[in-house]
Design a protein around this ligand. Structure first.
Ligand SMILES: Cc1cc2nc3c(=O)[nH]c(=O)nc-3n(C[C@H](O)[C@H](O)[C@H](O)COP(=O)(O)OP(=O)(O)OC[C@H]3O[C@@H](n4cnc5c(N)ncnc54)[C@H](O)[C@@H]3O)c2cc1C
Length: 473
């Protein structure tokens, strides 16, 4: 006799949404997690995003000012960020989300100019790779010998396939994976170009001093800017706060659980439980130490957990300054010259007033200090005083009649801004031993240092990996 129970409509499976779509969880609403959520939703998943903080965007998010909402004309970010034309996946993702990069980002051809006017590098509008060669040969403020040495270095790296495939002669000389400092020594780079160009670039791109930074990752950054279409070396500067750039628009498409710090992830045969709630699949998009804690125990994941716990992190500090009178920089982003003995630790100054286009009566600047370990444990007011002194000194030679009086300042220090991009780091991939659980974050094996584009690529890859994995629908 027919069992009537077989003719009942299927109940909604716990790991499926009301419309029958499989449910996926993303833990962490940074740029990686939100990119993963987008990839999963694009493949038909109903996505729930858990985020420990109240705001989305992770390390690249909008934060409240300690001085109150009106201290600055526009919301502050966790730190001033710069994107590059090479961030192609981020730009494509913004477009898919209806966030127009052409209006939300200021695009300018590569230009690195010092605030004191003594050094300038510009990429002329020539086809790649001529733009890079012409930029190096045309640098203002360096001797002819230094310019040729820089060109020889870049051409040599290009010949060695940017240190990516095989080890090439440089690695053989270094006796292992060299640091950036070692690489520059092997290529006889004069001190003047190290101080003016390679060190600032290494700090900006890897947030790691040349003496500790991985030469391969540095070469990959140079490759993506100089051995790629010319537009990849363009500078892209946000014209709005970072959460408004695209993270909020992305999060609005999912079931967002802000203020929910996930404590437990359990993988079963047919589902993944996130704090007890069942999903068909899940992505851990949290910093490496937290991922190590949330990963369920499994003998094949022990090495991955060990690698996750081994990441060392370095701080980035951002000083935002509101001035009593209008003030403009010659270009929205200028280089500063460091003098650690005098507390002059800023490397870049950004013109927030020019970028964010608000409040014409007051200038606003942001000073960035990468690898800001010197600030650790020090009094904030003393750190800020050194940076303000540096600004006054180095901006006075730009033709402006001196820096107006400072009305407010705020120094934000993210102690764990990025992982230290050291040689021989073991960076896990996106897959885990479980087909239903993936990892993502700027720290996965992206081939990039800890950057926004690395985070987005990692997230997209993790989302697609889960969706493509057979048998989890
Ligand atoms: C000051 C500063 C300046 C920078 N400048 C640049 C720049 O100019 N250009 C550039 O390309 N990159 C820059 N970076 C690096 C860039 O911000 C990061 O690479 C990127 O934001 C990393 O994104 P992510 O999603 O991998 O990680 P995260 O942003 O760290 O995201 C992880 C998320 O997980 C959440 N989370 C943690 N634990 C839990 C839990 N248990 N449950 C739920 N949620 C949890 C966190 O709150 C966070 O939102 C900068 C970083 C900083 C801090």
């Amino acid at each position: 006799m027919e069992d009537l129970r077989d003719r009942r409509p299927d109940p909604v499976a716990p790991d499926r949404g009301l419309n029958g779509a499989p449910r996926a969880a993303v833990v962490g609403a940074g740029w990686a997690g939100l990119a993963a959520a987008h990839a999963l939703a694009s493949r038909g998943y109903a996505v729930t995003v858990y985020e420990a903080a109240r705001e989305v965007g992770g390390r690249a998010r909008t934060v409240a000012s300690r001085a109150g909402d009106n201290a600055f004309a526009a919301p502050l970010d966790n730190g001033q960020h710069l994107l590059l034309g090479a961030y192609t996946d981020t730009l494509a993702l913004m477009r898919e989300l209806g966030q127009d990069p052409d209006t939300l980002l200021l695009r300018a051809p590569l230009r690195l100019a010092s605030a004191d006017g003594r050094f300038a590098l510009r990429a002329p509008r020539l086809p790649s790779p001529l733009h890079g060669a012409a930029a190096l040969l045309g640098v203002r403020g360096l001797s002819a010998g230094a310019r040729w040495a820089a060109l020889r270095f870049v051409l040599g790296l290009r010949r060695q396939k940017w240190l990516a495939a095989g080890q090439g002669e440089t690695f053989a000389q270094a006796g292992g994976s060299p640091t950036v400092a070692h690489l520059l020594a092997v290529w006889n780079q004069p001190e003047e170009i190290i101080i003016r160009l390679w060190r600032p670039l290494c700090l900006a791109a890897l947030n790691t001093p040349p003496e500790q930074a991985c030469a391969r990752l540095f070469a990959a950054v140079l490759r993506d800017s100089l051995d790629a279409p010319r537009s990849h070396s363009d500078l892209l500067l946000p014209r709005c706060d970072l959460s408004s750039l695209w993270p909020r628009a992305a999060a609005a498409r999912h079931d967002l659980r802000p203020g929910h710090a996930v404590r437990e992830v359990a993988v079963e045969d047919e589902q993944v439980r996130v704090d007890g709630e069942p999903y068909a699949a899940a992505v851990l998009a949290v910093p490496p130490g937290i991922a190590a804690r949330l990963l369920p125990p499994h003998p094949e994941m022990t090495a991955v957990q060990r690698a996750l716990r081994a990441f060392r992190h370095l701080p980035i500090a951002t000083l935002t300054v509101r001035l009593a009178a209008p003030f403009r920089l010659a270009f929205p982003m200028l280089m500063l010259t460091e003098d650690p003995a005098r507390g002059h630790l800023g490397q870049w100054v950004f013109d927030r007033r020019a970028l964010l286009g608000h409040d014409t009566a007051h200038g606003e600047l942001a000073v960035v200090v990468s690898a800001a370990s010197a600030f650790e444990g020090r009094d904030r007011a003393a750190c800020a005083a050194g940076l303000l002194d540096q600004l006054r000194e180095q901006l006075s030679g730009t033709g402006a009649s001196g820096l107006p009086q400072v009305e407010h300042w705020e120094l934000l220090i993210d102690k764990r801004a990025t992982f230290a991009a050291e040689p021989d780091l073991a960076r896990p991939g996106n897959a885990t031993v479980w087909p239903r659980l993936a990892l993502c974050g700027d720290w996965t094996d992206t081939g990039y240092p800890g950057t926004l584009e690395g985070a987005v690529r990692s997230g997209l890859h993790a989302g697609r990996l889960l969706a493509d994995t057979q048998g989890i629908r």
